[in-house]
Design a protein. Structure first.
Lengths: 148, 148
DNA sequence: GCTTCACGCAACTCCTGTTGTTGCGTGACC
DNA sequence: GGTCACGCAACAACAGGAGTTGCGTGAAGC
């Protein structure tokens, strides 16, 4: 199944924006992500609505961070993207009145809820500033990246 | 994103099969799931390969449980289905050499790995027999179902 | 005031993986 | 031998993210 990479991409962009003086145009961001400006605007729209970035029209326009990275967590961005579905597996709902289906789905939902709680809790504890710091350490060769 | 409901469906089927005397044909299972027999065979194939069910051809043929529900966990079925992707969100890999992308993806992967470990651990602890028991309790009205 | 830049938005197409469907082959009972 | 039911291959349907094009609008610069 094709994965939703919006969260990963937007985090990447936001951290880059901190180092970027002035505005970053959708074109520039798209170039960086290997995509196109419309996709960037579409995805950034959610972040703007939540007040994490601002967009300026016209000459010299583009995107600006509206908050410092210390104030933004991964969870914030996840929510700003509309809290997309986290899991690729879902519950069958063919026979809602079947007690077996109910028991199966309850059990699956319980496990998934627990995993989701863990995931969102972790997302809520990591700020973009920490990621930026981590990236700097990586750049200095003080960390090894075991994940691709 | 369209969810993968194979796990939920197969669990449902397996528990029903315990109560079903003799074989259950793909047609009957498909009818129960509101789908068609080919989908059933396709999905059950993985369970057969792992020895959880058997299939018999010809007159009176169909599907049979090859193990008792006590010996099968949710995790077993998940694996038998080919351990499909659990998460709907993924990591962007446009600039593998970008340290920021690396830091972002490392952080996301760490959180997802933790959530996945929790999820699989929970799956591994629940047997189908327990689900069947839970369903019986629901049928007796001794449990309330807060999940749809 | 006109041009240019850059976002805003709508309406597509493309891609990918599950699901749904049809057709044909094969083994097992009756 | 005929019927039943699985086995398998080759499709189409569907959904959602991603990609693309076109047109509109506001702001800076000339």
């Amino acid at each position: 199944m094709r994965s939703d990479t919006r969260l990963s991409r937007m985090l990447h962009v936001l951290i880059h924006m901190q180092h970027h003086e002035g505005t970053a145009t959708s074109d520039a961001i798209a170039m960086m992500l290997g995509t196109n400006p419309v996709v960037v605007r579409r995805t950034m729209a959610g972040l703007r609505d939540q007040g994490y970035v601002r967009s300026e029209k016209g000459h010299g326009g583009g995107w600006l961070l509206a908050r410092s990275l210390e104030e933004i967590t991964l969870l914030d961005i996840h929510k700003a993207l509309g809290t997309p579905q986290l899991f690729a597996i879902g519950l069958a709902g063919d026979n809602p009145s079947c007690t077996i289906e109910q028991a199966v789905n309850t059990s699956l939902a319980e496990a998934m809820d627990a995993a989701e709680a863990i995931l969102l809790a972790k997302f809520g504890k990591v700020t973009l500033a920490e990621l930026a710091e981590g990236a700097a350490k990586v750049a200095n060769g003080r960390l090894t990246m075991e994940h691709l």
